[in-house]
Ligand binder design. Structure first.
Ligand code: ZN
Length: 498
């Protein structure tokens, strides 16, 4: 006779199949779908979201969970115990959201995303504004449903992406970070700014694509269970057993294409590193967005922007791109590490990136708390860019319309980018120690040693440990900005010859 655990597992595994089907439709929407198909796609996604939600709040789920929680055979089995604990968390959250709100959110997310793409192309905040107003109102309703007593709306949303994280803890991490980053920026003004003009020469996009594919293959991204395509905003999504990455190209920005590809590739390795035998259960899912981002930033910044990496990569670049003949590995290392406050977060350097995140963190808390109206968003955005980054925003396309997130309903999500940077630095320091020096491996192109260490230490655990527990297990310490700041200061002292 099937146990409650077996019944629960079968039911929720089938629900995961619906989720991965929705992921395929969402991927298609961003990469292939003709734009005239948008409204029906929104209906399809809404239908799937509603079905998944109905299955999660099914009364039998509550019964099965209760039976599992009082069954010693389940409680004494580490895997089952962890799955039941996490399923309980998902179920509790789902039962707090009415089905009609879930369906409305899915439909508006899909349509608002299309409205955002069109508004961004035309640099028209005016066109996007009603969609964002509707989205903020829906997110406020969602937060009111989710929040526990005494919890702030924004914290309830943030907990969806980074379990256990809240605005107060983030402020404690961000305040010293902001001070140190601003001081570092000022210090670099006295250094030798690298000349990166040689890296901005136009290069055929097909050559750039061959180059980034070669690097992705060296990282060990498995093409039998993955793809790389193009989209306006690079992303990574898992579709059942395979992982879809996207990147983007501009003729004069080959290093940006490389950075985006290594970034999404890092996300992809995490998804490919989850145990397939756990598919459809929490142990087969990524633990949090912050940990996910640590994997992308680790490959993008700690590997891809290191001196050792360019000793390996320069000949690969020369071969695939047919350029950089006169450049040295040190020229490339310095060119990818130029610090220059800029307008676009995804193209920002490592030393100013987190200031972009802090702008969004401030603004979205105010939007969700109702202190800031959507109509005043562009003005506030531009003001904070002057304050935090010291630059003037020329138009909304380069300002508050640049990111897809809010159109997709991702509020409470941005800080996970900075958490990712902090986790990445702390994990890299631990890997360096455990593997007896990362640089020696990276300069020989032996990426497999690092990839397998990450798989063992982080990927294969899925949601077994909370992000905070995982950080302690892997690094022996709680999350701190110190390893990140030490990494930046050391590297930039070399780049700026300080
Ligand atoms: Zn990312």
């Amino acid at each position: 006779m099937a146990t409650a655990y077996d019944a629960l597992h079968a039911h929720l595994r089938a629900t995961s199949l619906l989720g991965s089907t929705a992921a395929l439709l969402a991927w298609d929407q961003e990469t292939q779908m003709p734009h005239g198909a948008g409204d029906r796609r929104a209906e399809q996604l809404a239908q799937l979201a509603e079905l998944q939600h109905q299955r999660m709040v099914d009364a039998r789920v509550a019964d099965w969970l209760a039976a599992c929680e009082s069954d010693p055979r389940v409680q004494q089995d580490a895997d089952r115990h962890a799955n039941v604990r996490e399923w309980r968390r998902d179920h509790t959250r789902a039962t707090r959201l009415p089905g009609r709100l879930v369906a409305e959110l899915a439909e508006v997310e899909s349509k608002a995303q299309q409205a955002w793409a069109s508004a961004r192309a035309k640099d028209s905040f005016h066109q996007f504004r009603p969609w964002l107003e509707r989205m903020v109102a829906l997110q406020q309703q969602k937060a009111d449903c989710l929040k526990t007593s005494g919890q702030a709306r924004w914290d309830a949303l943030a907990d969806l992406y980074e379990p256990g994280m809240n605005a107060a803890d983030l402020r404690a991490l961000f305040a010293p970070l902001r001070t140190a980053l601003v001081a570092l920026r000022d210090k670099l003004r006295g250094g030798a700014r690298p000349d990166d003009r040689f890296a901005r020469q136009p290069i055929d996009e097909s050559k750039q694509e061959a180059f980034v594919r070669a690097v992705l293959a060296a990282m060990g991204f498995d093409p039998a269970r993955g793809r790389l395509d193009r989209s306006a905003h690079p992303f990574c999504t898992r579709v059942g057993a395979d992982v879809r990455l996207t990147t983007r190209f501009r003729p004069d920005a080959v290093l940006d294409a490389l950075g985006s590809t290594m970034h999404e590739g890092g996300h992809g390795l995490y998804e490919q590193g989850l145990e397939d035998t756990h598919f459809g259960t929490p142990l087969g899912e990524a633990v949090s967005l912050g940990i996910h981002e640590s994997q992308s930033r680790l490959w993008e910044n700690h590997v891809g922007r290191s001196a050792a990496f360019w000793r390996w990569c320069l000949p690969v670049a020369q071969k695939q791109l047919g350029t950089f003949a006169d450049a040295t590995a040190d020229d490339l290392f310095r060119a990818v590490n130029v610090v220059k406050p800029s307008l676009i977060r995804v193209e920002a350097d490592e030393a100013t990136y987190d200031l972009h995140v802090m702008v969004r963190f401030e603004l979205e808390q105010q939007l969700i708390d109702g202190q800031l109206g959507v109509a005043n968003l562009p003005g506030e955005w531009n003001r904070l860019y002057r304050d935090y980054l010291g630059i003037a925003v020329p138009d909304d396309k380069h300002g508050c319309l640049q990111d897809v997130h809010w159109s997709c309903g991702l509020f409470g999500y941005f800080p996970t980018y900075t958490l990712g940077n902090l986790y990445a630095a702390q994990f890299t320091a631990a890997a360096d120690k455990a593997l007896g020096g990362l640089a020696a491996l990276v300069e020989r192109g032996q990426f497999a040693t690092l990839r397998e260490w990450l798989r063992r230490q982080i990927h294969r655990h899925g949601r077994r440990h909370s992000p905070a527990e995982l950080c302690r297990l892997v690094t022996g310490a709680p999350l701190s900005p110190a390893p990140f700041l030490q990494h930046l200061e050391q590297k930039l002292a070399a780049v700026y010859r300080l």
